[in-house]
Design a protein around this ligand. Structure first.
Ligand code: PLP
Length: 452
């Protein structure tokens, strides 16, 4: 940090403070983790300075032999780890991976007379009329994804996201009584809507998904099944999600981030069948420019780590810890969406404490417990204030915490939420954002959180 401080001390201070903050609090953000020193060091080096547009062995830049090695190894490790035919390791993020996947399916599936006429990959051979026709053909396709308010991600067709603008979209949700995906209702919607792409996967659904069933539905209506396993890739890699719950044998295309439960660097990846490989590899120049060579190196290291038996023990512990946390909250009277968990996350409905998700998030943060507010299905408080907080165990499990600590953390969370109340607004009505909490109680909890 001294080297950084010599150039811009405020950045060095922010980095140092971030390390302090992370050490002094309990990180329960379900999408975060702690990457290993090997992953961090593979990322912080001179590969960052290299341009390498193209794919390994087919570059638009000279001097790419080391990047070729890095990209080839990252893809080899990914294929072996997940048992996939093909791995494309360039996407800079989960959103890039999803965009790459959407366009791969469009270019594979949409019959485009304009492209057929051109019969070449040289875009200069397309006329203006061809382009207009192509825009029309590609722009009128349908996507069916999980709704944001029942746990889907914004890239699964949410209107303000590009996916909701690129596609005519519709969403499926969960059964209001159980909180579980209603496969029969999903099948009905798919039959009626007949999407080109059926997207499975989630950011805030605390249960496993049956990908065999999803594929059956996709096949029945002629859709391509795309699974976004960003949240649970570590549980697939660690062989906790197998059989019907492993997306790779069932979906034609699988996307992921690499930095969540998979514990790699911040980035994305696309896995696919052999038939889709050539379309997926067109991510550059379709969606991406130069790949982040240093991040691909860190992905290779993370995948190599995930192939070790220790990672399987880690993935099992992540799920055991989430269950212990859920049981700890339930035992103390907490309310959980779906009544529990069988993955790495718990979605607590905090309305029973008389709080919004925003108040719960803020009170917990000030008490050293970092979570994020999240809508619950049919949330009366909307997506900004919300009625829930999402809790995840990947990061604390990396730190070595186990079931006993999870139970204690459940007790700390329950204590904070019981002691917190909405602050009155100037008009006297309870605020949806501000809260009050006894300072000595808050500081006592924060001290215990730091000790843990
Ligand atoms: N897909 C899912 C299911 C996610 O939960 C996320 C991130 O939260 C993303 C995609 C996007 O990943 P990124 O933030 O790397 O773009």
């Amino acid at each position: 940090l001294d080297v950084v401080a010599g150039v811009e001390p405020r950045i060095a201070a922010a980095i140092g403070q971030e390390i302090e903050d992370q050490r002094a609090s309990l990180k329960l953000i379900a999408s975060e983790n702690y990457a290993s020193p090997a992953v961090l060091l593979a990322m912080g080096n001179w590969l960052s300075d290299k341009y390498a547009e193209g794919t390994a062995g087919r570059r638009f830049y000279a001097g790419c032999r080391n990047v070729d090695t890095v990209e080839t190894l990252a893809a080899e490790h990914a294929r072996a780890l997940f048992g996939a035919d093909h791995a494309y390791v360039q996407p800079h993020s989960g959103i890039d991976a999803n965009l790459t996947a959407f366009w791969a399916v469009l270019s594979q599936r949409v019959e485009s007379p304009a492209l057929e006429r051109a019969k070449v990959r040289n875009v200069n051979d397309l006329t203006e009329q061809d382009w207009a026709q192509l825009r029309h053909e590609l722009g009128n396709q349908r996507m069916l994804g999980m709704s944001l308010d029942t746990g889907g991600h914004l890239t699964h067709g949410f209107r303000p996201n590009i996916s909701g603008k690129m596609f005519e979209q519709r969403s499926y949700g969960t059964d209001p009584a159980t909180g579980l995906i209603d496969y029969d209702a999903l099948r009905e919607t798919a039959r009626e809507f007949r999407p080109l792409i059926l997207v499975a996967g989630y950011s805030a659904y605390p249960r496993r998904v049956n990908f065999r069933k999803m594929r059956e539905i996709a096949d029945e209506v002629g859709a391509t099944l795309m699974v976004d396993m960003a949240h649970f890739a570590g549980l697939v890699a660690g062989k906790v999600f197998t059989g019907d719950h492993d997306p790779v044998p069932h979906a034609q295309i699988v996307t992921t981030t690499t930095h969540k439960s998979l514990r790699g660097p911040r980035g994305g990846m696309v896995l696919s069948t052999a038939e889709l490989a050539e379309h997926v590899d067109r991510g550059c120049p379709l969606v991406l420019g130069g790949p982040l060579s240093h991040v691909m190196a860190a992905k290779a290291v993370a995948f190599a780590e995930a192939r070790r038996p220790e990672f399987q023990a880690y993935a099992r512990a992540v799920v055991d810890n989430a269950r212990a946390l859920a049981e700890g909250l339930l035992r103390r009277g907490g309310k959980l969406v779906t009544g529990g968990t069988d993955n790495h996350l718990v979605l607590a409905d905090v309305s029973g404490y008389g709080l919004t998700g925003r108040q719960a998030e803020a009170a917990l943060l000030d008490s050293g417990i970092v979570t994020n507010r999240n809508s619950v299905p049919q949330d009366p408080n909307g997506a900004w204030y919300t009625s829930g907080v999402r809790l995840g165990t990947p990061a604390l499990t990396t730190r070595g915490l186990g079931a006993a600590e999870m139970d204690e953390i459940a007790a700390l969370i329950d204590t904070v939420l019981r002691a917190t109340s909405p602050a009155p607004t100037s008009g006297g009505a309870p605020s949806r954002a501000q809260y009050t909490l006894d300072e000595s109680l808050r500081d006592g909890i924060a001290k215990r959180a730091a000790d843990l």
